[in-house]
Ligand binder design. Structure first.
Ligand code: ATR
Length: 275
């Protein structure tokens, strides 16, 4: 039985063991997947031990994603550009780092929700790790323009700078705006801030939702986040990040096992069980 794990702090409420066991059952793969909390300071030692003892792969969640990138012997391009890894892979005695968060978001939006990103006018709110983790895959979908807006503008500027070459390569207009200078309309609005965690709402222009964009919050929960409630109140179509969670897991599973699980079936079970 091959061993996998998710590392996080805290990690007790992680849905990853449920998701990967469900994928394994679907695809007839023989594996065990556990949740490991190595404490605030213990990630590198715990992850090294896990792989030394034969672990085949791991997911990494907050607050260890940057450390996971540093720990790996080799970073794949998606992890390098994200500056963080959510997936570690044992290969020939080495540890490879990848990042499946961005493809997870893109698949959820384009396939599950059926919203095209190619040619779209996208507003990405936030400039922390969550935003950086998805920016590369978003740009590769070739939206017409992608606007970054953040409470602290300097962080958004730095992020745009880091992705300027990719934006040029993909022909996407990558812009930074403050809440005050946003030029409407957008067809897709993605909240990558952690404001929802605190039950807060980023300060948004009220007209943002007037053109009925597709509004996505990377957070999820039993009840809609304040951001999604505000969007829905204005008649926008909304979605939370549960589908992204399942899709990033499906991509990790594919990297480890070489088979694609049925993400939709697992998504439905998770949604039904969400409290
Ligand atoms: P993460 O890895 O989740 O992105 P982070 O790096 O701490 O975490 O970044 C959090 C993001 O949420 C940042 O963009 C932060 O804005 P600042 O860069 O100005 O700090 C944003 N954020 C957090 N709380 C917010 C709030 N109440 N309103 C608006 N933005 C908020």
């Amino acid at each position: 039985t091959d061993r996998y794990a998710v590392f996080g702090h805290p990690v007790a409420h992680s849905k990853s063991p449920f998701i990967h066991h469900a994928f394994a059952e679907q695809t007839g793969q023989d594996l065990r997947y556990e949740a490991i909390d190595p404490g605030a300071e213990g990630f590198a030692a715990a992850a090294r031990r896990f792989f030394a003892e034969g672990g085949k792969g791991a997911n990494v969640t907050l607050p260890f994603k940057e450390q996971a990138l540093k720990l790996a012997d080799e970073a794949l391009p998606r992890a390098r550009e994200a500056g963080a890894a959510n997936t570690l892979i044992a290969r020939g005695g080495r540890i490879l780092a990848d990042n499946t968060d961005g493809v997870g978001l893109v698949r959820d939006v384009t396939q599950h929700h059926g919203v095209p990103l190619a040619g779209a006018e996208v507003l990405l709110l936030g400039a922390g790790g969550a935003a950086r983790g998805v920016l590369g895959p978003l740009l590769r979908e070739r939206p017409q323009r992608l606007v970054l807006a953040n409470r602290t503008p300097a962080r958004a500027e730095a992020l745009a700078e880091a992705f300027a070459a990719l934006a040029a390569e993909t022909g996407v207009r990558l812009e930074v705006h403050t809440w005050e200078t946003l030029r409407l309309p957008f067809t897709v609005v993605i909240n990558a801030t952690s404001a929802s965690l605190a039950g807060e709402l980023p300060p948004l222009p009220p007209e943002l939702f007037a053109a009925r964009p597709f509004v996505y919050d990377m957070m999820y929960g039993a009840a809609p986040t304040p951001f999604l409630r505000e969007a829905a109140r204005h008649g926008a179509r909304t979605a939370d990040g549960l589908g992204m969670l399942v899709e990033q897991a499906a991509e990790s599973f594919f990297l480890w096992r070489g088979v694609r699980p049925d993400a939709q079936a697992v998504y439905e079970r998770l949604r039904a069980a969400l409290t």
